[in-house]
Design a protein around this ligand. Structure first.
Ligand code: ASP
Length: 420
C-alpha cells in the first residue's frame, strides 16, 4: 500500500482529536482525563517544535547568509523580502478594515451581550493589557532597540526574542562573508553540519505530529467556551474568516502569476505546515516544517528559504494584520463609536507595526491589539468582547501567517532565479 502523506496523517490526527474531545466532554470527568493524560502529549509536541526553533534559526541563517558569498546578494534579497512583507501586511490590514466596515459585525452585538462578555472575560483581558503596557512603556524607537541583544545567550533563552537571534545570526553571517573563505572554513563546516542535524531532528519530531495534533485538538475541544458565546460573536468571526480567506486567495493568485506554478501545487505543498500552524497556533513552532515544505515541496532554494522564512515567521504576520483591523473596528462598533477615516488610517499604521512586533506564539496578536486599540482611542476593556473565540481564530490567522511567508519566499526565489 502507498504510504499516506504527512498532511493526511495530520488531518486524521486532528479529526480523531476533535471526535475524542467531543465524546469525552459528554462523560463525567472526561475533561479532567484529557487535561491530565492527553493534553501533556500535545504540550510535549509543541515544546519539541519550539525547542528546535532557536537552533534552527541560528544554523540556517548563519549558513544561508555565509553561503551568499557577497554582501550585494544579501542586500538584493533583503530589500525584496522586506518590501514584499511590508506590502502583504498593508494589503492585509486594509482588507480587514474594508470588510469590517461593510459587514459591521459590531453593530449586531446587543448592549446586554456586550456587558456579559466584558464581565466574563475582564480578568483575562486585564492580563493581556498588563503585558501590552510593559511593551508600551517606551519611546518610539523601542522596537529598534529591542532588536539588538546585549547578550546572545539571554536572547536565545526566550522564544519571544526571535528577532534578536535573527539579528545576531545575520551579523555573524555578514562577518563570515567579509572574511576570506579559508579563515572561516572550520566555522562554516560546523554550521553546515549543525544545520543537517537540526533538519534530521525535525524529521524525527514530525513522526509524532499526527499524535501531537490529536492531543492538542482533543484538549481544545474540552476547554472551548459555551456555544452561546460563539453565536454572539459569529458575525465577527465570519468577517475575520472572510478576510483570511481573501488573503489566501491573493497568495494563490500572486504565486501563480509570478511563478507560473499551479495553485494546487502551492497549496498541496504547504498543507503540512498549514495544518500544523492551525494545531499549534504558533508560526515559530511551525517554522521548521514551513522550511521543509517550501524547500522540498515548493522547490525554493535553501539560499532563499534560510533567509526569508525565519525573518517572515517573526515579522510578517498577514493573518494577524487582518485580525488587528477587523477586531479594532469591531470593538469600536460594539461600543457605538464612529471611527473617522483618519482614525482608521492610524489603525493601518499601528496594526502594521504591531504585526511586525507580534511574537510568533499563541495569543501574541491579542496583546498587540491592545496597543492598536489604545492608539485609536478605542476602550481597551473591549478586548474582553473577543476573548471567548480568540483561540480558534488565532489558529486560523496563524495559517495565513505561514502561508504568506511561503508565498513571499516563492516570489523572492523566482525573482533571483532560485526557484526550481
Ligand atoms: N499566533 C500567531 C502566530 O504565531 C500570532 C497571533 O497571535 O496572531 O503567528
Amino acid at each position: 500500500m502507498k504510504k499516506l502523506e504527512l498532511h493526511w496523517k495530520i488531518l486524521i490526527g486532528m479529526a480523531f482529536g476533535v471526535l475524542f474531545g467531543l465524546i469525552l466532554s459528554f462523560l463525567d470527568g472526561g475533561d479532567l482525563f484529557i487535561g491530565n493524560y492527553i493534553k501533556p502529549f500535545g504540550t510535549i509536541f509543541i515544546n519539541l517544535l519550539k525547542l528546535i526553533a532557536v537552533p534552527l534559526i541560528l544554523a540556517s541563517l548563519i549558513k544561508g547568509v555565509s553561503d551568499l558569498k557577497d554582501i550585494s546578494k544579501l542586500s538584493k534579497m533583503g530589500g525584496r523580502t522586506i518590501l514584499a512583507y511590508l506590502m502583504t501586511t498593508l494589503i492585509a490590514v486594509t482588507i480587514g478594515l474594508i470588510l469590517v466596515n461593510i459587514i459591521k459585525p459590531g453593530e449586531s452585538i446587543s448592549v446586554n451581550t456586550r456587558n456579559e462578555l466584558i464581565e466574563a472575560y475582564s480578568t483575562d483581558a486585564k492580563t493581556k493589557q498588563e503585558s501590552a503596557a510593559k511593551q508600551r512603556e517606551s519611546g518610539p524607537l523601542k522596537a529598534l532597540v529591542d532588536m539588538v541583544p546585549s547578550n546572545i545567550f539571554l536572547a536565545a533563552s526566550n522564544n519571544r526574542n526571535m528577532l534578536q537571534v535573527i539579528f545576531f545570526a545575520l551579523f555573524f553571517g555578514i562577518g563570515m562573508i567579509l572574511l576570506p573563505g579559508k579563515k572561516v572554513k572550520a566555522v562554516k563546516d560546523f554550521f553546515d553540519s549543525f544545520n543537517v542535524i537540526i533538519l534530521k531532528l525535525i524529521d524525527l519530531i514530525m513522526l509524532s505530529a499526527p499524535y501531537g495534533v490529536f492531543a492538542l485538538l482533543a484538549a481544545l475541544v474540552v476547554e472551548a467556551p459555551s456555544f452561546e458565546l460563539f453565536k454572539a460573536l459569529a458575525l465577527y468571526a465570519i468577517t475575520l474568516l472572510l478576510g483570511l480567506s481573501i488573503m489566501i486567495f491573493i497568495y494563490m493568485l500572486v504565486v501563480q502569476l509570478f511563478t507560473k506554478k499551479k495553485i494546487s501545487f502551492f497549496m498541496r505543498g504547504m498543507a503540512p505546515a498549514q495544518l500544523l500552524a492551525f494545531s499549534t497556533s504558533s508560526s515559530a513552532a511551525t517554522l521548521p516544517v514551513t522550511m521543509e515544505c517550501v524547500e522540498d515541496k515548493l522547490g525554493v532554494d535553501k539560499e532563499v528559504t534560510s533567509f526569508v522564512l525565519p525573518i517572515g515567521a517573526t515579522i510578517n504576520m498577514d493573518g494577524t494584520s487582518v485580525y488587528q483591523g477587523v477586531a479594532a473596528v469591531f470593538i469600536a462598533q460594539a461600543f457605538g463609536l464612529d471611527l473617522s477615516l483618519t482614525a482608521q488610517l492610524g489603525i493601518v499604521f499601528t496594526a502594521t507595526l504591531a504585526s511586525i512586533g507580534t511574537a510568533a506564539v499563541p495569543s501574541a496578536g491579542i496583546v498587540m491589539l491592545v496597543i492598536v486599540l489604545a492608539q485609536a482611542g478605542i476602550p481597551e476593556a473591549g478586548l474582553a468582547l473577543i476573548f471567548a473565540i480568540d483561540r480558534p481564530l488565532d489558529m486560523c490567522r496563524t495559517i495565513v501567517n505561514v502561508t504568506g511567508d511561503a508565498a513571499v519566499s516563492m516570489i523572492v526565489g523566482k525573482s533571483i532565479g532560485k526557484l526550481k
